[in-house]
Design a protein around this ligand. Structure first.
Ligand code: UGA
Length: 439
């Protein structure tokens, strides 16, 4: 190793990459963030985080002030600057397929490689089908002037949106997939401040590191669908899934986290990761091993349909012309991310069934308006609820938990509420004269 502090590039400055670049600069490294979008680069250089993430704007200000962070669109600069290059571009679901779209990963590698003319480590962080690292190693070493001096490692990222800063500075664990002692040394140096904070490290091979990520997200998705499957059974028997989950959670081996029944999971990760994993396993001839993930997906989709049914029931059997106040658009609270958001999926289905849907979300309004211009929007809960026949809570923001049943009743036309996230106290709402229904 050299005496110089490591210089890092972070390729792709979305939710994951921007957070990683900013936090690494705060931890003391020289960091260059690369993105193909000039607009994103300009905003970040100006101190503006292009999405909603609590605490991140403050960290960006700190990092820019330190002089250790800047952003650029220039891959030549990245090659000249970096000792380690983190790949943080997205791997969304391919349209019309369950597979992951590798276009952005492949184009990041082919854009960077021609500028790698000295020893360097490329570190994949994106969520990818197992086997990608092996393929990218061959591609990199073929295209890079430094050839086999360029190595590839895999370091999956487990951060949650809404807690991105905390999860990056103090992750539960670090996973290093490497194929040489040198690569491990480089990663240990790049994460030294995090490791010194007590974070455990699992060092393993490339395919294991790629798999850890999808295995973790599949487990989390399965846990959510498990409790939602129990909710379906409860509904058929008059049992209470809320109490059931609370009782299960006392067993440490089960635990209460990710065991909240409701509208189910969405976002840019869990849904597409389980589909891409099942698809990849089929390609590898082990589709049967993870065939249950199709069931996990199906249970999750049924939650959305069931929510629409509950609203229809409260509306008296038909949604035609019914005014619905939809509280929530983001896929979860503390985020403005609407990728595969259950909330918007439900709102769109309600509208297709003839309802007039007015949506309010504390942070995701711009994203929702842009992607779903066919819906109506309001600037507050009260405005959304004005003259509504039915209210449906779809994303469990704190401000929705605090709604006063009487205050809401004063503006609505009807007194029916569907709590898609078990966020409200049924007794309080019923006492105020509401018909309260939950999944
Ligand atoms: C998820 C994982 O939790 C992260 O560890 C992972 O790094 C990330 O995906 C990723 O692959 O990048 P995230 O998508 O930010 O993080 O959101 P989660 O907090 O996991 O929530 C996912 C969805 O599950 C949300 O729609 C949430 O409302 C839903 N959920 C969560 C439930 O329906 N029930 C629960 O009990 C918990």
């Amino acid at each position: 190793g050299s005496a110089q502090p490591l210089r890092l590039t972070v390729i792709g400055t979305g939710y994951l990459g921007a957070t990683h670049a900013i936090c690494m600069a705060v931890l003391g490294f020289e960091v260059l963030g690369i993105d193909v979008s000039q607009e994103k680069v300009d905003r970040l250089n100006a101190g503006e985080v292009p999405f909603f993430e609590p605490g991140l704007p403050e960290q960006l200000a700190k990092a820019l002030d330190s002089g250790r962070l800047r952003f650029s669109t220039d891959y030549a600069e990245a090659g000249a600057f970096g000792d380690l290059h983190f790949l943080c571009v997205g791997t969304p679901q391919k349209p019309g397929s369950d597979a992951a779209d590798m276009t952005y990963v492949d184009s990041a590698v082919t854009s960077l490689a021609p500028y790698l003319d000295r020893r360097a480590l490329v570190v994949g962080k994106s969520t990818v089908p197992v086997g990608t690292a092996a393929r990218l190693t061959a591609l990199l070493q073929r295209l890079a002037p430094a050839g086999e001096q360029v190595e590839l490692a895999w370091n999956p990222e487990f951060l949650r949106e809404g807690y991105a800063v905390e999860d990056t500075l103090r992750p539960d664990r670090l996973v290093f997939g490497t194929s040489s002692a040198w690569a491990e040394e480089q990663l240990r140096a790049a994460f030294a401040p995090v490791i010194e904070g007590g974070t455990p490290v699992v060092v393993t091979d490339l395919p294991t590191a790629e798999l850890v990520k999808v295995a973790a997200n599949s487990f989390l998705a399965t846990k959510i669908s498990y409790i939602n499957a129990m909710a379906e059974v409860c509904e058929a028997t008059g049992a209470d899934v809320h109490d059931l989950a609370a009782a299960l959670a006392y067993d440490d081996r089960i635990g209460g986290r990710f065991l909240k029944p409701g509208l189910g999971f969405g976002g840019g990760c869990l849904p597409k990761d389980i589909r891409a994993f099942a698809h990849r396993a089929e390609e590898l001839g082990v589709g049967q091993a993870v065939a249950f993930l199709h069931e996990v997906d199906a249970i999750n989709r049924r939650r959305r349909a069931r929510t629409v049914d509950l609203v229809r029931e409260l509306a008296g059997g038909s949604l035609e012309g019914v005014r619905v106040a939809a509280l929530g658009a983001a896929f979860k609270p503390n985020s403005d991310d609407i990728r595969d958001a259950p909330a918007l999926d439900v709102s769109v289905s309600l509208r297709r069934a003839g309802a007039i849907v007015r949506v309010y979300d504390p942070q995701a309004m711009d994203n929702a308006r842009r992607s779903y211009p066919e819906l109506d929007y309001a600037d507050s809960t009260m405005e959304a609820a004005q003259d509504a026949d039915v209210v449906v809570l779809l994303t469990e923001w704190n401000e929705f938990r605090e709604i006063e049943p009487d205050a809401l009743a004063a503006v609505t036309a009807g007194r029916g509420i569907v709590d898609g996230r078990h966020a409200l106290d049924p007794a309080a709402w019923r006492a105020a004269g509401w018909t309260y229904r939950a999944l």
